[in-house]
Design a protein around this ligand. Structure first.
Ligand SMILES: C[S@@+](CC[C@H](N)C(=O)[O-])C[C@H]1O[C@@H](n2cnc3c(N)ncnc32)[C@H](O)[C@@H]1O
Length: 311
């Protein structure tokens, strides 16, 4: 058991990003989120394939990219850390081999929404990954858009790094040796952490802090091999633009749901975020990660390893 286990939200409420920070942002109404995000109900950067691509098609492509990256096609047991409103959980639960899907979120409203969906072989928990105790090992772990919330604004780089390392240590322990981890996160790009917009860190994402690419690389060192990493920041700018368009198309309805002030806050947020991605101040990282094993041998197990053959 790692020393970090002593230090988790269960024993230290100041560990990493807080549940209150999540509730502030996410629990303002499932209908309001649905109006902005559209039928894909995905709150993370889409993966576009050309100028005519729709948001829905690009969101589905993004989820398929992560399923391929974590080798869900050969998985029976899958964990999603930060499952939102369950679009990926549904896609995973429809895979023929999968018989156990676990989704974690800190949002009570998301869990309520997901429990009504009743997805096959799927359990949704309102639970921080840092206190998660899996009943069995997972073949695949996917986390999209949650890593941004793991560290807390105002904590030191060392504290943030400890949380990131803790996350990857746990994922490594929870995964079968041939498993895969797929991760997506916004990250600081060509800007200093201390120059982060106060509007973002107080009104939109209180109690959270973004990583830099090098911090993620440092945190996976010795645990995961980086199979692929891509920066799709323009894809996130376009996703923000589409959400803004959805919000504007049904603005009166949105104001009726959450009030004028909240709608204005989101309009500003989407515009600011889009500009930040276009300028490269923030980036959108997608990682395909493979657990590093310590039991490689030269007697043939290497060739027999399906993860190696499929890579
Ligand atoms: C931006 S949303 C992304 C949702 C979904 N992955 C998607 O792409 O639509 C972030 C999600 O991460 C969850 N989350 C953030 N921090 C978490 C933590 N420490 N443990 C579990 N879930 C967390 C939030 O509750 C939310 O469901």
């Amino acid at each position: 058991m790692s020393a970090v286990l002593e230090h988790s939200p269960a024993t230290d409420p100041k560990y990493g990003g807080s549940k209150e920070g999540i509730l502030h942002h996410y629990d303002i109404g499932n209908d309001y989120w649905g109006l902005m995000l559209g039928p894909a109900f995905a709150y993370s950067a889409a993966l576009y394939n050309g100028p005519d691509d729709t948001l829905e098609a690009a969101q589905e492509r993004k989820f398929r990219w992560h399923m391929d990256s974590a080798h869900v096609e050969r998985a029976e047991s899958v964990l999603e850390v930060g499952c939102g409103w369950g679009t990926l959980l549904r896609m995973i639960s429809e895979q023929p081999r999968v018989n156990n899907v676990v989704g974690l979120t800190l949002s009570d409203a998301q869990t309520d929404y997901l429990n009504l969906l009743g997805l096959k072989n799927t359990e949704v928990r309102t639970e921080n990954w840092a206190v998660h105790e899996p009943r069995q090992k997972y073949d695949s772990i996917v986390s999209i858009g949650a890593f941004e919330h793991f560290a807390k604004d105002g904590d030191t780089r060392e504290q943030n790094q400890q949380v990131y390392r803790d996350f990857f240590e746990r994922c490594h322990r929870w995964l079968n040796p041939n498993g895969g981890l797929s991760l997506q996160s916004i990250a600081f790009g060509n800007m200093r952490r201390e120059d982060a917009s106060e509007f973002m860190t107080t009104e939109i994402y209180p109690e959270t802090d973004l990583p830099y690419l090098n911090e993620i690389i440092e945190a996976v060192d010795g645990l995961f091999e980086v199979v692929a990493v891509r920066n799709d920041r323009f894809h996130y700018a376009r996703s923000y633009d589409e959400w803004l368009k959805n919000l504007r198309a049904r603005r009166d309805e949105a104001v009726g749901m959450v009030g004028e002030e909240e709608v204005q806050r989101f309009e500003h947020f989407f515009k600011l975020g889009s500009v930040g991605f276009r300028m490269g101040k923030i980036g959108l990282l997608r990682f395909s990660l493979r657990p590093i094993r310590n039991n490689w041998s030269v007697d043939g197990s290497f060739e027999n390893d399906s993860a190696f053959r499929l890579a």
